[in-house]
Design a protein around this ligand. Structure first.
Ligand SMILES: CCCCCCCCCCCCCCCCCC(=O)N[C@@H](Cc1ccccc1)C(=O)O
Ligand SMILES: [Zn+2]
Ligand SMILES: [Zn+2]
Length: 446
């Protein structure tokens, strides 16, 4: 990409030993950020942070970088090192949040700090939104920041948030890593199923108790996966982009999904991660029932966490669930629900997507394929659809299947090298956002 006007020099992302040590040990605040005149810092919803970095060229539409500081719980059991120790061991920084998503929060601030130390002044304004409650839906963090920016009349060129990675080892026969930039994310439902029953003495039990009725309903749900929706949504594009990375005959299969789609969809549903790309998934995550060992349980409750495929809606999924349960004694309570997010643009004119491509190609030259895809998890960025139609969920970090299992699981860790590279990526990305030249539209696009 040619450098833009007004930029004397591109600041090389080389960091000296002292900076690298500081980067790794950066538990201190970032002093240069907080004393820079063109950066405004606000605390929103008590614990979220919004930085406004004012650029020198007001004609350039601003963008936003997002991350979150909160994490899911982490009991000590199973962890190689205590989950909140932040211990560095064998070249890795261990702990809850090192992949989801403190790594991004720290890397964004660290990259900006290193740029400011080098007297960097951005041309394109940007926001840094750091939520504090993403893992419990983002209502007091991201949602409030979004409302505040909307009230200020802000419109964003694009957003980059957590959500997908440079994926390595997720697909059989695919030996090379590829970058999947999530241009959408699945919808979600937190659904409570409940059975109420008159309590009594357990010495004379009814034929079925509330626990038995609910357990049978849950079992029917687990035994009845929702329809395989392969072929609708961004996945086909993802696979077609990947076709060249596969050996014969897999490459032929992926180039002819009109014919081999049913085969590929069956293969994808065999693996629990790729299965999440082809259907709405259901996970029974909580089950509460019973008051005493010798009392017929008055109530049984279960929580099911559903992630809705882009081709379905909340209402359609609720209908499917009720038909599978097929028991009037089971009551349904929708706790939270939202439809799948719109698909963001990934064509040549899509500034945010093309900036990510450009920076991935620069920092990760070994990654040959960059493809749009879907995020199977949910992110705070869903609260910002009022400010932009271009939302990209991508962290510039390699992810292997065992790393994915550690997200919300045990032994979450990030290598020091991966963290340094994430800082380097953001350091370059912010500069690329300043100098990016729109590609000249092809004749047929004029
Ligand atoms: C073509 C084959 C490609 C293979 C695909 C492999 C995908 C592996 C990467 C998946 C990464 C998933 C993690 C994304 C970030 C999720 C962040 C998170 O935990 N979000 C919470 C947010 C939330 C939402 C609603 C209520 C409470 C919390 C979540 O639960 O999703
Ligand atoms: Zn997260
Ligand atoms: Zn998470």
């Amino acid at each position: 990409m040619s450098t833009g006007k007004g930029r004397e020099r591109h600041i090389p992302s080389q960091f000296n030993q002292g900076e690298r040590f500081a980067m790794k040990e950066a538990l201190k605040v970032f002093p240069t950020i907080f004393k820079t005149r063109f950066i405004q810092h606000e605390v929103i919803g008590e614990y979220s942070h919004l930085f406004t970095v004012q650029g020198s060229d007001p004609s350039l539409q601003p963008y936003m970088l997002m991350a979150h500081s909160d994490v899911v719980p982490a009991p000590d059991e199973g962890w190689e090192v205590p989950p909140f120790s932040g211990l560095e061991h064998d070249g890795f920084i261990h702990g809850r949040g090192t992949l989801d998503n403190k790594n991004s929060l720290m890397a964004i601030l660290q990259a900006l700090e290193l740029l400011l130390i080098r007297n960097y002044i951005p041309r394109r304004s940007f926001f840094i939104a750091l939520g504090h409650d993403e893992e419990v839906s983002g209502q007091n963090g991201a949602q409030k920041i979004s409302a505040l920016l909307q009230a200020r009349g802000v419109k964003l060129a694009f957003i980059v948030d957590e959500g997908n990675f440079i994926l390595d080892g997720f697909i059989p026969y695919l030996k090379k890593p590829f970058a999947m930039i999530a241009v959408s994310e699945k919808g979600g439902i937190n659904l409570r199923l409940q059975v109420n029953m008159t309590p009594g003495h357990s010495s004379a039990p009814p034929k079925e108790t509330s626990i038995g009725i609910l357990a049978a309903a849950i079992s029917r749900l687990e035994q009845t996966p929702l329809p395989n929706m392969f072929g609708s949504g961004p996945l086909k594009t993802t696979l077609q982009e990947l076709a060249n990375e596969f050996p014969f005959p897999a490459n032929i299969v992926l180039r002819n999904l009109w014919l081999f789609g049913p085969l590929v969809s069956r293969l994808m549903e065999r693996n629990y991660i790729t299965n999440a790309l082809v259907r709405t998934t259901m996970a029974l995550t909580m089950f509460n029932a019973g008051v005493k060992m010798n009392v017929i349980p008055p109530m049984a409750q279960a929580i099911i966490n559903l992630r809705i495929h882009p081709a379905q809606t909340v209402q359609e999924v609720l209908e499917l669930i009720k038909n599978i349960v097929a028991d009037d004694r089971v009551q349904f309570h929708v706790l939270t629900a939202f439809d799948p997010l719109p698909v963001s643009p990934s064509d040549h004119q899509a500034l945010g997507y093309q900036l990510l491509r450009q920076t991935i190609q620069s920092i990760f030259p070994e990654v040959n394929t960059i493809a749009p895809g879907i995020c199977i998890g949910n992110t705070d960025s869903r609260h910002y659809t009022n400010l932009t139609t271009s939302i990209y969920r991508f962290n510039p970090v390699y992810l292997h299947p065992q790393d994915f299992r550690s997200i919300h699981g045990i032994n979450e860790k990030i290598s020091v090298q991966a963290y340094e590279t994430q800082v380097k990526f953001i350091f370059e990305f912010i500069q690329n956002a300043d100098t990016y030249q729109e590609p000249i539209p092809h004749l047929h696009e004029l």
